[in-house]
Design a protein around this ligand. Structure first.
Ligand SMILES: [Zn+2]
Length: 373
């Protein structure tokens, strides 16, 4: 009788653990809300440009902010790497605040949607993080993975043969920033790239900006990475940012490094393409425990030591490198990028209003996120 009782306790415990982990597992499939501002004129799904991804975890919202006057067309990509929240949040800030007077912006905050639905194995990263709003409520966001969820794409090949003939490590076929220009009938991640590529070509996109974060010990940091055809635009953007007191370095995209947004969209369309990096201590290899606080406040004693030892490529002190600052840098760079575009191509003007100011974002990103009603 006692044996039966112990067995019953054991089975009940297993059932409870399975149910609790199933809730945690499927909770990752729910999208925390994005609350569009008044500037958003239309919301489409990416499958509009590649119907075969419709109804799958790969499909994702495309927020369109269209001015009343004709002008240039700008594609803003966040969440190419969902473990780089500064990129996602800067795109969200655009969706929730910005309006267009002339021209059109297409914003995709969760470009690799599938990669938002899980975490990188063995990294101990939080699944979610939250940001406090001035009214005391919180907005929740997901901290995802660099790579597509194996539920969407498995197994990856040993070697990834890129459409250009280049060979990459097999795992890179689930990294959206290595699968451009994509294949419509290829691996899932290649399909997402193909859908974005179709959008660029069919909508006649003039300017593309892909938002990322990089670890503080990585040399391409706080940088504008540009396709060679966009060199003048990138240089002008850097000079204007420096005048505002924002230091940013320039990195030209290597011609033989295939599959990246700026390389392949630049090579395969008329668009000017840049990729932005900002320093993120919750991403690097030197970090300590990866908590929600590390993601949002960016304070880490190991990075402080590395900074004192001169090992980092971005400034770092006791104040950390908070998400507010990382998003502020991205938003300011996009604003100046668009201003530079307008100076160079006044016949394809992209005039925007209500872009949150740098200082305001540094003081608190939550001020520029809309409450969930
Ligand atoms: Zn990245």
């Amino acid at each position: 009788m006692e044996r039966h009782f112990k067995f019953l306790i054991f089975i009940s415990s297993v059932v409870i653990v399975v149910i609790l982990s199933a809730f945690s597992f499927t909770a990752m499939w729910e999208d925390p809300p994005i609350v569009p501002g008044n500037g958003v004129t239309e919301i489409k799904m990416l499958s509009e440009w590649l119907p075969s991804i419709g109804g799958t975890m790969l499909d994702t919202e495309v927020y369109i902010i269209k001015g009343s006057e004709e002008g240039g067309k700008f594609l803003l990509l966040g969440g190419t790497h969902p473990n780089e929240p500064g990129g996602t949040l800067a795109a969200v800030v655009f969706v929730e605040n910005v309006s267009a007077i002339s021209g059109t912006i297409y914003v995709i905050p969760r470009s690799n949607h599938s990669a938002f639905t899980h975490n990188d194995a063995m990294e101990g990263a939080p699944q979610f993080f939250s940001i406090e709003l001035p009214d005391g409520t919180e907005r929740v966001f997901r901290f995802g993975s660099r790579r597509t969820n194996p539920i969407s794409q498995w197994p990856d090949p040993t070697i990834y043969l890129h459409p250009t003939g280049a060979t990459l490590g097999g795992g890179e076929v689930s990294n959206l920033n290595r699968t451009f220009p994509g294949r419509e009938d290829g691996y899932s991640t290649e399909k997402v790239a193909a859908a974005i590529m179709n959008l660029v070509l069919e909508e006649g996109i003039d300017l593309v900006c892909d938002l990322h974060e990089s670890s503080p010990e990585y040399p391409v940091n706080n940088a504008i990475v540009f396709h060679q055809d966009s060199a003048e635009l990138a240089i002008m953007t850097q000079m204007m940012l420096e005048m505002e007191g924002i230091d940013i370095r320039l990195e030209e995209s290597p011609i033989n490094l295939r599959g990246l947004t700026h390389r392949e969209i630049g090579d395969n369309s008329d668009a000017q393409v840049v990729l932005l990096e900002v320093s993120n201590p919750s991403q690097g290899r030197l970090r300590g425990k990866t908590t929600e606080d590390l993601v949002t406040k960016g304070i880490d004693k190991f990075y402080l030591q590395a900074s004192k030892d001169g090992k980092l490529f971005a400034p770092y002190d006791e104040t950390g490198y908070p998400l507010d600052l990382r998003v502020a840098r991205h938003v300011a760079t996009i604003r100046v990028l668009v201003d530079s575009w307008n100076m160079m191509f006044p016949e394809r003007m992209i005039l925007l209003s209500d872009i949150p100011p740098y200082e305001g974002l540094v003081d608190g990103l939550g001020t520029y996120l809309n409450p969930v009603s």
